[in-house]
Ligand binder design. Sequence first.
Ligand SMILES: [Fe+2]
Ligand SMILES: [Fe+2]
Length: 168
Amino acid sequence: MAVLQWIPDLDTGIEEIDIQHRRIVEYINRLYELRQSPDRKAVADVIEETVDYTLSHFAFEEAMIEEAGYMFSAPHKRVHDLFVRRVAEIKSRFELGEDVADELHGMLSRWLFNHIRNEDRGYVDTVKAYQRMANKGNKDSAQQVKEQILQELESKQKRKGFFARLFS
Ligand SMILES: [Fe+2]
Ligand SMILES: [Fe+2]
């Protein structure tokens, strides 16, 4: 596994989701660059940031598909949860001093592209139809839907500003 390259085939056509997926790829590539660094703090930071950003993306995506009425929202969330548990397990081994950067990098790279291709693709039509409906040709309402999702997430998680950086 080397540096991940984004290919247009991975675009969902849902702007905010594509921005987030590309950002996760950037984090994974940063992890790749640093994976053999002797600077443990730098490795720890990039692991933390990658995991943190990925969790924010999952929360956003789950809220978005639920709002759009996607019928497989619950199973999709379970797939995310399972992955989060695997990452948490690797992360705790890192905290115990194990060298996990390569393993984590390989796992994230394989999982992300597979997940986008196989599972994320499944909600695209439903979400786009929902956005068109919410839009009714009006860009402001799409923005409103996005802001509403962010507000709901922040109040659920009680972490102000936490999700805003998904779009910063
Ligand atoms: Fe997903
Ligand atoms: Fe996703």
